[in-house]
Design a protein around this ligand. Structure first.
Ligand code: SF4
Length: 847
C-alpha cells in the first residue's frame, strides 16, 4: 500500500489530535500546507542533486597521502568533492585534508595556464605571447635539435617529479628522456627526502612500515617530523596509540603542532639528533638491554674487521681458494676464522682475534660489534647532554623506555635527513633499533615516509622501453645527471665524473616546480639559468618555474586526466585516478605532449603512447610480484587494491629477520659497519656524531672532542639557524595560491618566525618587516613571534611562489654543500647527494 504525502500528513494530524498532542503550527497554517498544490520550491530542492555524477579518483600531490576523493560533477562542472570512506582497511577511512577538499578550486583557479605561451621579454618579466600548440611544439623541437647538435643530446635535461604521484603521467617524463637519449635529473635525494642511511645499512632505497603498523607498537618515537601538519590523513594513528596507553615521544627542536600532541617532547639542539641516538645506544649497552641474538644473526656485528686497514676480512685474505665475496666470522667452536653464513649462531659477536692470512702473516681482527661498542664509549649521557642540550637523565630514561618496550618504533622524517650529515643521524637511529632488536618486527622499525617515491611496482618496461630486436635488457636509457650537480657541480669527488658531468643547456621542468622549490636558489638563478638556452614548463598553474620559463604549456589537472595510477609508502594500496571533466581551455595530458614532441623528434614510434590506458596495462603486466593479479579492468571496478606484500600491516624486513632471506647488502647483513675507502677516510665506518657542516657555533663537521674546542667563524656573522619548513597549508608550492586555503594561513603571506628573545635583541616587534640573510641570499617578510621557536633559530613555512614574496626567496639562503660520502656511488634517487638545506645559518635585521 502506498500513502500519499497528503494522506500521511492528514493521518498524522488526526493521530496527534486524538492523542491530545500540542502543535506548534496553528490550524490555518496546517491547512495551507495540506491544501496547497503548487510547491515549486520542493522541486527546486529535489533537483539540486539531480543530474549529478560521482567519480572516485585520487589526489596526487607529493605529500604521501594519496587520498581518494569522490568528485561530484554536474553539467561538466565539478561542484564539490567528498571522501568516499571505501578503503578496505577501516583504519585508513576517511582520509583527506582541506587541500584535497579544495582541489577543484585549483582546477578553476584564475592562475591556470590556459594556452601555450612564449616568452617575449626578459626571463621572469611576465611578458608572454599566446601561441598555438603546433607553434609551441615545433619551436621546442627545433630548439632541442639545435641545442643537441651544438652541445650533445644529453645536455637536454628532463627534471622529473616523484613518479608515484601518477606513475603514467610522471613516468612519461622518464620515457621521454629515455627514448631520446636526454639527460634526466634526480628528485628524491635532491629534495633531501632520501634517508641515505637506508641504502648505506640495507642497500635499499628506503624501507618503512605502513602507518597502520603503528597500532602494533608498544612505544613510539617521532624523530624530526611534524607528523600532525605534514601527514594529516594518518596523524590519527599517533593519537590512537596514545589512547591505547602507548607512550609517544617527539624529538625535535620546535614546539610545533606535533609537540603539542605527544606524551613527551624532547627539545634537541638542531642537527645533533645523531648524538642523542648514540647516547641512547650507550645507555642500552651499559644497562645490558641489547638484543644479542638480533645483532649476531642479522647485523654486521660478528663480521671480522682487520685492525691494520679497517676493512672487512674476506675469505680471499685467508684461504687460497676463498670466495672474494665471502665475509669472515670467528667460529667459536672451531676457534678460527671461517666464511660467514647468514643467520648462523656460531660466530663470536665480540672479541679480537689473531687471524693467519694466506701468506702466513698474522693480523689482528675485531668483530664489527666490538668496534661499535668501543665507539659508543664516547657517547655517555653527560657528554651527549653537552652536545644536544637534552638533560642526561632524560637521555637515560627514554633509552631504557624504548629498549624495554618491545616492539618499539621510530618514525623519522625529513627533519633528520635535511642535514649535511643526515646519513650519520639516520644511521645512529638505525643502530638504536638494531641494538634493541626492533628491526623486522611489526610495531618496530625506523620509518621515514619522506616523499612519495615508492611505486610498489617495477616500472622499467614503461620508463626505459626495450629496444626492438635487441638483447633482453637492451633498452633506451636516459643519461642521469644528479640535480645537485646541475646546480652545484661538478665536484672532485663525484662518482663517474668523466662519464656523467656536462653543462646542461635545456631544462624540461616536467613538474615539481623546480625553479621555485629547489634549494640553492641563489646558485640556480645566478649561475645555472644564464647558461640554459631553453626552459620548457608544462604546468597547470603559473608557478615560479612557469614564470621563469621560455615556453609554458598548459597541462590538465587531475580531474581532467583520462586515467592514472598512484601509490604511496603510507598505505599499501594501488589506486586508480580517473578524470571527471573534459580538459579545460587548451590543456593537454603530459603523455600526449611527450608523444607529440617525440613525433617531431623522430622518436614517436618508440615513445608509442599518447593515452594512459595502454601504459597502465603495461605497468601492471610487467610490474612484478607486488601487482600480480591486479589488472586495469580490476582497478576500474575496485578502484583501490591492496598490493601483494609479505606482511600485513606491512613491516620492513620481516623475512630477513626470520632468516628466510638475506639482506641485499654485500655481506647479506644489516651493515652498521661500512668499509668503503671513503667511510674509512672520513672516520665514518660506524655512526658517529659530527657537528653540522655549517649550522653550528662549534667546529663544523668535527667530532665533539675536537669541535667543542673551536668556534665556527661563520657563526659569529650569522648566529641563527635558518629553516624553511613544510606547512599544513600547502604541499610544497601546491595550494599556496588557493584562496580558500590561503585565507586560513595566518595573514596569507610568508612570515619569519622568531623567538621573542631574538627579536628583542634586534629591536624587532611582531608585524615588522625583516630580512633574513646570509652569504648566499635573503628573504624579506613580516615577523611573527613565537616561544615555540627555540632561541637562535628562524623559521619560515615555505612553498610561496615567486610573486608572493616581497623580496628575495625563502630558498635563497640555502646552499647544497655536497657530502663526499653521498658520492661514493651514484644510483639515481637511491645513492646520491642529499640536500642538506637545514644545515644553514643566517642573521635577521629589521627592514
Ligand atoms: S593533500 Fe595529501 S593529505 Fe591532503 S587530501 Fe590530498 S593527498 Fe590527502
Amino acid at each position: 500500500m502506498t500513502i500519499s504525502r497528503r494522506q500521511f500528513i492528514k493521518g498524522s494530524l488526526s493521530v496527534a489530535a486524538a492523542a491530545g498532542l500540542p502543535f506548534s503550527l496553528n490550524r490555518p497554517a496546517l491547512a495551507a500546507l495540506v491544501e496547497r498544490k503548487d510547491r515549486p520550491w520542493e522541486d527546486g530542492y529535489r533537483n539540486l542533486f539531480k543530474g549529478e555524477r560521482k567519480v572516485r579518483t585520487i589526489n596526487m600531490p607529493n605529500c604521501t597521502g594519496s587520498c581518494a576523493w569522490n568528485v561530484i560533477v554536474k553539467d561538466g562542472i565539478v561542484l564539490r568533492v567528498e571522501q568516499p570512506l571505501d578503503y578496505p582497511d577501516d583504519e585508513y577511512n576517511p582520509r583527506g585534508c582541506m587541500k584535497g577538499a579544495t582541489y577543484h578550486r585549483r582546477v578553476y583557479s584564475p592562475n591556470r595556464v590556459k594556452f601555450p605561451m612564449k616568452r617575449i621579454g626578459p626571463r621572469g618579466a611576465g611578458q608572454w605571447q599566446r601561441i598555438s600548440w603546433d607553434e609551441a611544439l615545433d619551436f621546442i623541437a627545433s630548439e632541442i635539435k639545435r641545442i643537441a647538435a651544438k652541445y650533445g643530446q644529453n645536455t637536454i635535461w628532463v627534471y622529473p617529479p616523484v613518479p608515484a604521484t601518477g606513475i603514467v603521467k610522471q613516468g612519461a617524463g622518464f620515457r621521454f628522456a629515455s627514448v631520446n637519449g636526454f639527460g634526466i635529473g634526480t628528485f628524491y635525494n635532491w629534495y633531501g627526502d632520501l634517508p641515505l642511511a637506508h641504502p648505506i645499512t640495507w642497500n635499499v632505497q628506503t624501507e618503512e612500515h605502513e602507518f597502520k603498523d603503528l597500532l602494533n607498537t608498544k612505544y613510539a618515537i617521532i624523530w624530526g617530523s611534524d607528523m600532525l601538519q605534514t601527514r594529516m590523513p594518518d596523524a590519527h594513528f599517533f593519537t590512537d596509540i596514545r589512547a591505547k596507553g602507548v607512550k609517544l615521544v617527539y624529538i625535535a627542536p620546535y614546539f610545533d603542532p606535533t609537540a603539542s600532541a605527544v606524551d613527551e617532547w624532547v627539545r634537541v639542539r638542531p642537527g645533533t639528533d645523531g648524538a642523542l641516538a648514540l647516547g641512547m645506544c650507550h645507555v642500552v649497552v651499559k644497562r645490558g638491554l641489547t638484543d644479542d641474538n638480533h645483532l649476531l644473526k642479522t647485523t654486521s656485528g660478528p663480521l671480522l674487521v682487520r685492525n691494520d686497514n679497517q676493512k672487512y676480512l674476506k675469505a680471499t685474505d685467508v684461504l687460497a681458494d676463498g670466495d672474494a665475496k665471502a665475509f669472515m666470522i670467528w667460529d667459536k667452536a672451531a676457534g678460527k676464522a671461517m666464511p660467514d653464513t647468514y643467520f648462523s649462531d656460531k660466530p663470536a659477536l665480540t672479541g679480537t682475534f689473531d687471524v693467519t692470512l694466506k701468506d702466513g702473516k698474522k693480523v689482528g681482527c675485531s668483530t664489527a660489534h666490538t668496534l661499535l661498542l668501543k665507539k659508543l664509549e664516547d657517547y655517555d649521557p653527560k657528554t651527549v647532554s653537552e652536545i644536544t642540550g637534552v638533560p642526561a637523565d632524560v637521555i637515560e630514561r627514554i633509552a631504557v623506555e624504548y629498549a624495554s618496550a618491545k616492539p618499539a618504533s621510530i618514525w623519522a622524517g625529513t627533519g633528520i635527513n635535511h642535514w649535511y650529515h643526515g646519513d650519520l643521524i639516520g644511521r645512529a637511529t638505525i643502530e638504536l633499533a638494531c641494538l634493541t632488536g626492533n628491526v623486522g618486527v611489526n610495531g618496530g622499525g625506523v620509518s621515514p615516509w619522506a616523499g612519495q617515491y615508492l611505486m610498489r611496482l617495477n616500472p622499467t618496461d614503461y620508463f626505459f622501453p626495450k629496444k626492438e630486436g635487441g638483447k633482453p635488457d637492451d633498452r633506451y636509457r636516459a643519461v642521469p645527471l644528479d640535480t645537485a650537480y646541475v646546480v652545484n657541480g661538478p665536484t672532485e669527488t663525484m662518482a663517474n665524473k668523466d662519464k656523467l658531468w656536462r653543462q646542461i643547456r635545456c631544462i624540461w621542468a616536467a613538474g615539481g616546480n623546480l625553479l621555485g622549490e629547489a634549494s640553492d636558489q641563489s646558485n640556480l638563478t645566478r649561475k645555472v639559468l644564464p647558461q640554459i638556452e631553453l626552459i620548457v614548463s608544462p604546468e597547470i598553474e603559473m608557478s615560479t618555474t612557469a614564470q621563469l620559463a621560455d615556453i609554458v604549456l598548459p597541462v590538465v589537472s587531475w580531474f581532467e586526466l583520462p586515467y592514472d595510477i598512484a601509490t604511496t609508502p603510507s598505505h599499501p594500496y594501488i589506486q586508480l585516478a580517473e578524470g571527471s571533466i573534459e580538459p579545460m581551455f587548451e590543456a593537454k595530458t603530459d603523455i600526449e605532449i611527450y608523444y607529440e614532441m617525440c613525433k617531431r623528434l623522430g622518436t614517436g614510434d618508440i615513445f608509442k603512447f599518447n593515452r594512459p590506458e595502454p601504459a597502465i596495462e603495461l605497468l601492471l603486466e610487467t610490474g612484478g610480484p607486488q601487482v600480480k593479479g591486479i589488472t586495469f579492468e580490476r582497478l576500474k571496478k575496485e578502484r583501490c587494491i591492496k598490493v601483494n606484500l609479505p606482511s600485513s600491516p606491512y613491516a620492513s624486513f620481516t623475512e630477513e629477520i626470520q632468516g628466510k632471506k638475506k639482506f641485499k647488502t654485500a655481506s647479506g647483513r644489516q651493515e652498521l659497519y661500512k668499509d668503503e675507502d671513503r667511510f674509512i677516510q672520513y672516520g665514518e665506518q660506524l655512526p658517529v656524531h659530527k657537528e653540522p657542516h655549517v649550522a653550528t657555533p662549534y667546529g663544523p663537521s668535527k667530532v665533539w672532542s675536537e669541535a667543542k674546542k673551536e668556534r665556527n667563524p661563520l657563526y659569529e656573522k650569522y648566529p641563527m639557524v635558518y629553516h624553511a619548513r613544510h606547512t599544513r597549508w600547502s604541499v610544497h608550492s601546491s595550494w599556496r595560491t588557493t584562496e580558500e586555503v590561503l585565507k586560513l594561513d595566518d595573514i596569507g603571506q610568508p612570515l619569519l618566525e622568531l623567538n621573542p628573545v631574538d627579536a628583542a635583541k634586534r629591536g624587532i616587534v611582531a608585524g615588522d618587516w625583516a630580512t633574513a640573510y646570509n652569504e648566499h641570499g635573503f628573504v624579506k617578510a613580516k615577523v611573527k613571534l613565537r616561544e615555540s621557536v627555540p632561541p637562535g633559530a628562524v623559521l619560515i613555512y615555505f612553498g610561496w611562489q615567486r610573486d608572493q614574496i616581497r623580496e628575495g626567496h625563502w630558498n635563497a639562503l640555502t646552499h647544497n654543500d655536497i657530502n663526499p660520502i653521498h658520492e661514493i656511488y651514484f644510483i639515481p634517487n637511491v645513492w646520491g647527494p642529499v640536500s642538506g638545506h637545514f644545515d644553514k645559518l643566517c642573521e635577521v635585521k629589521k627592514s
